[in-house]
Design a protein around this ligand. Structure first.
Ligand code: NOJ
Length: 556
């Protein structure tokens, strides 16, 4: 890959892919690695830089692969190690990077480590897991999968002890107090990075260690171990990236950056629900407040900004009042809810409102950090709330109006999940081929927007942000600046048009140039700058200095 800038991730756009959902190359109804290779040109064309693959390892698939039974093998439904190597090679040939999920906290109860551990109290594997004779220990620890689990302890009749698990009861937590576990996971990391992977999205990192009298989250021992991993990766595998999944309050997530010695990136979990709250309340404040709380971060670090992912839209890190509000606004049907969250895709969440889809992506692509797109959201793909757990947001990718949305040549009933046929989101019109043919489609709009973002990826990815005050509470305005390039982004969260007067006195003589069309607006003069925005409308402007006010001369 060229050039090997160690901070490449800061300028990137990520794209999240469950391999089984993307493209089925062998007609068995399940997407696979060779299928993904066939679709790399699409992803390149879309304009993303790095793929994040959901777990593809050997697994009984009771948690869609987050229940690993062999870290060194690929699930046979998804391909082989050779297929993986080919994917890396083909992706890199196209200047696409690839990161994969690394599940550190737990394994499947089918994993031989657990099978050996439970079978014999004297087994050297026994201390690899967290056992107890009572289910009372670590009582201060919350339960995450509230809809399915009643305790973090499950009685194992074979071991004749309880074992500890933060997620499903078929996912025993590894015991990180036990040094061989810590070393074993380093070996897993080495194995995949040696094969050319560009990094990991590290699952559930706050929960590695537990301690009595605490919440067993974000413990100092956990941070210490994560720093150890970072040291190892930096010294043995330059230019890789580690992305933390730490669903925590702002100050607790920020801690995962350490002093540039822990994670390069962390998902901005606290920001995501505030974007939806801001939209429903037609108020700029929730976003402003959250961005202020999540900045600054160390220079080499970056937030991963996202709207949706493969899980429920989590509402763990909001107040009770905010959660009630979100349920009321976005999950009226009980089937739309799961645990403390909402199991819907982006387009259905916003009633397929095109303006809102654009507004949200305008924000996603311009807020500080690395935007992360979820497969299919670029099509405005629908969901299926009648499928269990989170399966409704993981249905087959829609490629064409053909059988199975062009995802697979299997019989429709053989697909791992049905394609979306709800009339409002039917795959016959909502698919890559049809949308690419229609110039004003959302997909084409997003491709254009991503191209514009790419030209300014340094400003958006590395630049500063400064909010601009306006008396209008429904309009969010910020400046993004980097090495002399000045961008001005305005978002009208209101359901009605808005007019704003801006104090841009520091930019007298500059010309705002709308960045998609390159259309120049009137230069900034003595008086407050007056702008109108359509309902849910947004603008990205480049502020060209007086000497270069003709669009062709402006900084790029
Ligand atoms: C977080 C993952 O995103 C989710 O899909 C999974 O169920 C849990 N970790 C448990 O592994």
């Amino acid at each position: 890959m060229n050039p090997p800038d160690p901070r490449w991730y800061k300028d990137a756009v990520l794209y999240e892919i469950p391999v089984k959902s993307f493209y089925d190359s062998n007609g068995d109804g399940i997407g696979d690695l060779p299928g993904l290779v066939q679709k790399l040109d699409y992803l390149k064309d879309l304009g993303v830089d790095c793929l994040w693959l959901l777990p593809f390892y050997q697994s009984p698939l009771k948690d869609d692969g987050y229940d690993i039974s062999d870290y060194y093998r690929i699930h046979p439904d998804l391909g082989t190690l050779e297929d993986f190597d080919r994917l890396i090679e083909e992706a890199h040939r196209r200047e696409l990077r690839v990161i994969a999920d690394l599940v550190l906290n737990h394994v499947s109860d089918q994993h031989p480590w657990f099978q050996e551990a439970r079978a014999d109290p004297a087994s050297p594997r026994r201390p690899w897991f967290v056992w107890s004779d009572t289910d009372r220990k670590y009582a201060g620890t919350r339960i995450i999968f509230l809809d399915s689990e009643r305790s973090n302890w499950t009685w194992d009749p074979v071991a004749k002890q309880y074992f500890w698990h933060r997620f499903y009861s078929h996912q025993p937590d590894l015991n990180y107090d036990h040094p061989p576990v810590r070393e074993a996971m380093k070996e897993v990391i080495r194995f995949w990075l040696r094969r050319g992977l560009d990094g990991f999205r590290c699952d559930a990192v706050p929960y590695l260690f537990e301690a009595e009298g605490t919440s067993s989250e974000n413990l100092p021992a956990t941070h210490a171990y994560l720093k150890e991993l970072r040291r190892m990766v930096d010294s043995e595998f330059p230019n890789r990236v580690l992305l933390a999944e730490a669903n925590q309050w702002p100050s607790d997530v920020k801690a995962y950056f350490g002093e540039e010695d822990e994670f390069h990136m962390a998902f901005n979990f606290p920001l995501m629900p505030r974007i939806f709250i801001a939209l429903a309340k037609e108020s700029a404040l929730p976003i402003r407040e959250l961005v202020a709380q999540t900045l600054p971060i160390p220079a080499s670090c970056a937030w991963g900004v996202f709207l949706r992912n493969h899980d429920e839209l989590t509402l763990e890190m909001v107040t009770d009042e905010e959660r009630d509000f979100m349920y009321h606004e976005y999950a009226k049907h009980p089937k739309m809810r799961l645990n403390l969250g909402i199991r819907r895709r982006l387009a259905p969440l916003v009633d397929d409102d095109r303006r809102v889809m654009e507004l949200l992506h305008g924000l996603l692509l311009s807020l500080p950090g690395v935007p992360i797109l979820y497969y299919g959201d670029e099509l405005g793909m629908g969901d299926n709330i009648y499928l269990g757990d989170r399966a409704g947001v993981r249905t087959p990718m829609q490629w064409s109006p053909d059988r199975n949305a062009g995802f697979s040549r299997a019989d429709p009933e053989q697909l791992y999940a049905p394609v979306i046929i709800n009339p409002n989101f039917h795959f016959e019109s909502r698919n890559v081929e049809s949308l690419r043919r229609m110039p004003p489609s959302f997909l084409n709009w997003l491709i254009r927007q991503l191209r514009v973002r790419r030209r300014y990826s340094k400003v958006f990815g590395r630049g500063t942000i400064e909010f601009i005050d306006t008396p209008h509470p429904k309009v969010l305005i910020y400046r993004r600046s980097f090495e002399g390039t000045e961008l001005l982004c305005l978002f009208n969260l209101a359901r009605a048009p808005s007019a704003v007067e801006l104090d841009l006195s520091g930019f007298r003589g500059y010309t705002p140039v709308e960045m998609v069309s390159e259309a120049p607006f009137p230069p900034i003069g003595e008086l407050p700058y007056f702008l109108t925005l359509a309902e849910r409308g947004f603008y990205w402007f480049r502020l060209d200095p007086p000497a270069a006010s003709r669009p062709d001369d402006g900084p790029r």
